[in-house]
Write a protein that binds this ligand. Structure first.
Ligand SMILES: CC(C)(COP(=O)(O)OP(=O)(O)OC[C@H]1O[C@@H](n2cnc3c(N)ncnc32)[C@H](O)[C@@H]1OP(=O)(O)O)[C@@H](O)C(=O)NCCC(=O)NCCS
Length: 152
């Protein structure tokens, strides 16, 4: 996306009308970054309309999403972060991670837990997250689960 400025991304809370656009983001990242069997889990997660899930918009279109779910006891969970492949590697993920840091701190969290994969773990590692557990094939065949902790 030449010339794209991540600062032009707008964030807003997820609403039920965003369901299909978010599933399209999943489909665009499957099977490269998500195991096919995770689609049911994501669909169920979205169906809950959970408070804390956010979408990222560029020119009014949804290009990404992420969730910050209160885990209690000073802990927040970063869930289902994903971007349209056409908008990856242009800094939107970094903008999300800065937002995650600010929102989690503002809510009183000292810890963000991230259920990552072996493919995304190096990305979160760049922001200081540490792997605490690895489950081979934890997300599905060939997609290993890496539980990470990011101390704020
Ligand atoms: C992971 C993801 C959210 C990162 O967002 P992004 O906007 O593409 O990342 P950024 O543009 O902010 O990248 C910042 C840096 O991290 C690097 N990076 C991006 N993805 C990476 C990865 N998976 N592993 C290691 N480094 C990565 C970029 O190359 C860039 O490096 P640079 O600063 O040296 O150029 C996004 O690529 C994505 O949606 N991936 C597919 C879905 C996914 O795996 N989600 C995680 C589920 S737990």
């Amino acid at each position: 996306m030449p010339g794209f400025a991540a600062s032009s991304v707008v964030f807003r809370p997820y609403s039920a009308a965003d369901f299909t656009a978010c599933l399209d983001l999943f489909d665009a990242n499957c099977p490269e970054f998500f195991a096919p069997n995770e689609r049911t889990d994501y669909s169920a997660f979205l169906g809950l309309g959970r408070e804390g899930y956010h979408v990222c918009l560029v020119d009014g279109s949804i290009v990404g999403a992420f969730g910050l779910i209160d885990g209690g006891a000073g802990c927040t969970h970063l869930n289902w972060i994903l971007l349209d492949p056409r908008f990856q590697a242009v800094g939107i993920g970094s903008a999300i991670m800065h937002r995650v840091d600010a929102l989690a701190r503002a809510s009183g969290s000292a810890l963000v837990r991230i259920a990552a994969s072996h493919k995304s773990a190096p990305y979160f590692g760049r922001f200081g997250a540490k792997a605490v557990k690895v489950i081979p094939d934890g997300w599905g065949p060939g997609m290993h689960r890496v539980d990470m902790e990011l101390r704020l």
